[in-house]
Design a protein around this ligand. Sequence first.
Ligand code: FAD
Length: 486
Amino acid sequence: MCLPLCSWFGRKDKQQQQQQPEEVDPVPVPAAVPEKAKMGSIVEDIEIAVASHATNTPFKVLVIGGSYGGLSTALNLQDLCSGRAPRCGPQTQTEEQRSQPNVAVDITVVDERDGFYHLIGSPLALASEGYAEKAWAKFDEVPALQPQTCSPDAKIRTIQGSVRSVDLASKTAAIQPHGTLAEDVAERVEIKYDYLVAASGLRRVFPVVPQSLRRKQYLFEAGDHIRSVTNARHGVAVVGGGAVGIEMAAELKLVQPQLKVTLVHSRDKLLSSEPLPDETKDKALELLRETEVDVLMEHRLDRTEDMKDDDHHPSGKGHLKLHFTNGHTMLADHVVWAISKSVPTTSYLPTETLDEEGYVKIQPSLTFPEHAPNSGDHFAVGDLVHWSGIKRCGAAMHMGYYAANNIHQRMLQKVVPDHQKPADLELAEIPPMIGLAVGKKAVSYWPQSGTASGEDVMKAFFGDDLGFTICWNHLRLGGYDVKAAA
Ligand SMILES: Cc1cc2nc3c(=O)[nH]c(=O)nc-3n(C[C@H](O)[C@H](O)[C@H](O)COP(=O)(O)OP(=O)(O)OC[C@H]3O[C@@H](n4cnc5c(N)ncnc54)[C@H](O)[C@@H]3O)c2cc1C
């Protein structure tokens, strides 16, 4: 069995295999604490020249998406530019790395949400109000993003808004600030950058992912969903036996054991669209049945019929009759759809950088395809890239570190006259691998160790909070030198 962190990363590339993480020096606190920039200062930034770095003009880096991939890029880049070992990379610096000058950089992270949302925890956040509180941390409450923890050379600021378009040739992005109407083009703010990182993931529907953009609103959304399933007298049917459907059904049953939960899947194996061995798929089914979720395999939903309750249920709602193509029917108060295909959020990028499904056609260095204008200054990380492997947050954070390293190398080439051509870290092929929480246990598949399952696998892959603390600590969101809480 892999160690927990390795499990979130997937395969270690050569450079990481050679060096193991070790203790690091604390971050020096800047003497003067800079005021964190707010939305209004973007316009001023446009005025700042970005071309010359012979002086102390900071490089401008725009990161689109403030989740696993985007925050990993921003924070690792901040580390590298201020002379620290990158938090998601090797902790032992070479003599050459120690002698590199600090690089002035302004990093802007733009996200539609007002905080970091632990997406992996969604199945639990939509079953438990207590956990929902924990799963979303507003950016202005994440210690690692606060001005006093930023190095004077490398500042990070966050903006809530949606990137609408990117012009690769002029290196300009148009942002629709949060709170303005999407069609109100006049409200858009243009921002110039030296380097851009697209890390905006996939567009997912409710209830796979809450749709709220502000934490306060999200807590209402999660609470409403939890109450509607709690009152389900005829039970809840989760449609779709992929990873998301399995986790949603299992978490619901775990938090509300009195609730009748049924998972329906059209194929003869769970996880049927994943390139995983049958042993892993069979184990997932076994664990799901252990949680007392009813599982209907080879049941394709044909239609749902609205039914009236024969007495007056306090919810005031009727229920549904589910008709399957094999003639079977069942009742449920609530249907959770876990089958819709998630689509890349790349509509702001030129089509020539995308494949036919909208994924970014990256090179192994995570840069845009060679034919794109300024391709070497544009990077993409995380779920939205066209690359091998099952989409995982560990891969997104790993790519973020690689992009940060490669951007830092390009900056050094500009500020250090004799710096060699950038030594890019290149992404290797990622084989299929998975860690899946199923109630109190988890099942995993790793190429080196095969299929494993049990409570120990759950602990190793997810801790006791569906991976929240593992991710928080890995990204050191509590601060670079804050000791990880167990
Ligand atoms: C229910 C569920 C369970 C999962 N379980 C696991 C698991 O157990 N283990 C695992 O490894 N992976 C799991 N995954 C997959 C994992 O969540 C993803 O691989 C991971 O979130 C990818 O990270 P990312 O940073 O690329 O994108 P995301 O996490 O999707 O983040 C993208 C960010 O970009 C923002 N954004 C989108 N469009 C724009 C725009 N135009 N402008 C500005 N901001 C924008 C979004 O608001 C979001 O914050 C799960 C996924 C789901 C849905």
